[in-house]
Design a protein around this ligand. Structure first.
Ligand SMILES: [Zn+2]
Length: 218
């Protein structure tokens, strides 16, 4: 695969940082990303190139080296394209733009910026339920493995970021896709990766505070 060229320009708008390819979906996604700009800005954003890839499950964020270039592989046939894209934008922001990323190895525990968020996430019913599912069975099942993955701090960040954008934007597409993802059944169990409204409240406030501290708030 040819590596995309890193551009030295830095940006403050998510819609400008995310480069969409020539594809029938891109018009819709460009409009969608512009609405993210109305929720928050960012500092020192580099470019991330979206590549349509029908072989990935949902979407994947890639950093070719610690400092880029960056890509998001997005499956254009996925059932929740906007949600997948915004989830990977969450990974991109955490990795590239929020200070002290460790390039994918952030110590969320040791980072004061994330302290309130981490506490809110850990105290949420959603995460406690996932912990119960992870620890429920003696033998490792697909449900346990998936719960374990969902409990990874970077995944908690990207998932909470996507739900934050959905709630702030009141995006029908994102909210419907989140509701649909919460209905997915695996081994007779609804994993429910996303928080319900009341449970999300303190997580949402914590992300508000992170963006205020970073001066990313609108
Ligand atoms: Zn992820």
């Amino acid at each position: 695969m040819t590596r995309p060229q890193a551009k030295s320009v830095t940006l403050t708008k998510v819609s400008k940082a995310v480069g969409l390819p020539s594809h029938p979906l891109s018009r819709r996604l460009r409009r969608f990303l512009k609405t993210v700009d109305a929720i928050h800005t960012a500092t020192n954003l580099k470019q991330v190139a979206v590549e349509m890839n029908p072989l990935v499950r949902g979407a994947v964020f890639n950093a070719y080296t610690a400092t880029g270039p960056y890509t998001i592989q997005l499956n254009p046939n996925g059932s929740h394209v906007e949600l997948s894209l915004i989830h990977e934008v969450g990974h991109f922001l955490e990795w590239q733009a929020i200070p002290k990323s460790g390039f994918g190895q952030r110590s969320f525990k040791g980072d004061p910026l994330f302290a309130v968020w981490l506490q809110a996430v850990r105290e949420s019913q959603n995460v406690n339920r996932l912990l119960d599912l992870r620890d429920a069975e003696a033998e490792e099942s697909l449900v346990q493995k998936t719960a374990n993955y969902l409990l990874d701090e970077q995944e908690l960040w990207a998932r909470s970021y996507s739900e934050y954008i959905a709630v702030k934007m009141l995006s029908p597409a994102l909210l419907q896709q989140i509701a649909a993802e919460n209905k997915v059944i695996m081994g007779n169990i609804q994993l429910k990766p996303y928080w319900n409204t009341a449970d999300f409240h303190s997580v949402q406030s914590a992300i508000d505070a992170i963006f205020r501290t970073l001066s990313w708030s609108k």
